[in-house]
Structures are given as structure tokens and as C-alpha cells.
Write a protein that binds this ligand. Sequence first.
Ligand SMILES: O=C(O)CCC(=O)C(=O)O
Length: 279
Amino acid sequence: MELQRLAADAPAADIVAAIRADGGAIVEDFVAGDICDEVLADLRGPFDAVGRSTENDFNGYTTLRVNSVLDVSAASAGIVGHRPMMAVLDEILLPHCQEYLVGSCTAIEIHPGETDQALHRDDTIYPLRIPGMELQASVMWALDDFSTENGATRIAPGSHLWVDPREPGPDDAVVQAPMRKGSALFYLGSTFHGGGANTASAPRAGLIDTYCLGWLRQEVNHYLSVPRDIAAGLPEHVQRLLGYGLYGGSLGYYPLDRGRVPPPDMKGGEMWEWQPDGT
Ligand SMILES: O=C(O)CCC(=O)C(=O)O
């Protein structure tokens, strides 16, 4: 089998139906290729400078990673907060929370020679499973063309329905998600997946953004990893995705919180004087 592929203008409900059926689905050409080129150009320096710092048996030894993409690429905000993508996430996550958050934004460049990553579920960072409730969902964006040879993401279709402690075995189907630059692979937090081996001669770069229910702790501490002056310049809905907002009237409470990023020069303990003109 193959994962279902939908056009960028497909109704969100159709995309969600495909994701719920198989655990993952591809939306083709969801952003323009030049946005991907811009993000990848922003990532080049960070990939080369720090990309190997997360090498281990799970992440691989021929794969570069950058963990705080909003910090280094302003253009990536258009992907992290992509509105049509959020319309899909709304249907998956909003039945279980008032708003959801970005768990992590990780750029991954798999280089030739890398082997298959172990299949895993992203939501095992949370020690609970509630039938019918996805704790998080992930979106892998192809920053360049993904092929079966260069390491397109692998998915175990239907694995979001498996009951613990079932793990993928030799008889379970695993499919790859080749897709053009600008396409997006959605998969659920409960879906077993992993990066593919790169047997080609060039690397493959992607950006994985995970989104968790708003009452869960985010995987990455964005308040520390995205400097405040950068956070202050992001679109408001991306600020809220990062966690600059009050959830349900009490979670994430901050004195004088107005749901906006405090000024960059504000020190801990200082009072933030809110001005009606928003300055
Ligand atoms: O690179 C990929 O295609 C998937 C990587 C992944 O799932 C991970 O590192 O957690």
C-alpha cells in the first residue's frame, strides 16, 4: 500500500480522514518551493556548525539536525504557523484542548550513507495513552525532494491503532513517503515512523514540526531556545503556538500577561506596563 496523497486545496476534512485511516497522509505542494529554498539557505550555516551535535544511535551518525529552527530562520514561521496546515491540526487536536502548541521544530538533513532510523512513536514522551485522543500530531515538510533512495520518511500504516505494547515486527508493512519539495507528510503522535536510509548521492532535508495539546508540556522549551527579540517579531499566532498565551485562564500564567511576548529587554521580576496602543 501507499499513503494517501491529497492536493493542497483538498478540504481539511478529507486530509484528516486520510490521516485517521492510515496514521499518516501526504499533502502535495502545500507550500511554494521558494519558501523551502529560503528556509534551507537559512539552515545551511547552522546545519554545518551544530548539525552533528545530536549524533547518537537514534538520530544517526550521518544526519545533521538543527533543533531551534525559528531561531535561525524567520522564513520558517510561515511553515510552523502555516494556516491551511493548522486547519488540519485543528480537527485532530482541538477536540481535546482549547488551543495547541508547537512541541518542537527540528530540521533534519539525512546524508548519504545513513541507515534506517528505528521506527518510533513521537508521543511516548508523554506517559499516558487515552483511546481516541491524540496527544500530538507531526508534520514533516520536504525542504527538498524526498525519494525512496534519499531517505523519505517511513511509516507503519495503521500503527496508530495498535495497542501497547505492540511494536513493529517483520510482518508489519512499512511504507515510505516520497514527496516533492514543499509537500507535507502529516502523521499522528501514535503512528510508528522513522527516517529512511539514504542510499543516494545527495542529502535530503526536511523540517518536522510537532504540535501537542495545549495543556501538555512542550517537548522543547521555546522560551529559552527562541530569543525573546526574535519571538517578539513573529506573527501573533506563531507566538501563541510557542506558548506566549494563557491557556484556559490559568496555565502558563504570567503576571500582567496580555497574551503577548514581553519586551526583549525585560528582566525577570520587572513589571511589564501594558500600553493600550500595544507598545
Ligand atoms: O527524518 C525523518 O524522516 C523522521 C525523523 C524522526 O522521526 C525523528 O527524528 O524523530
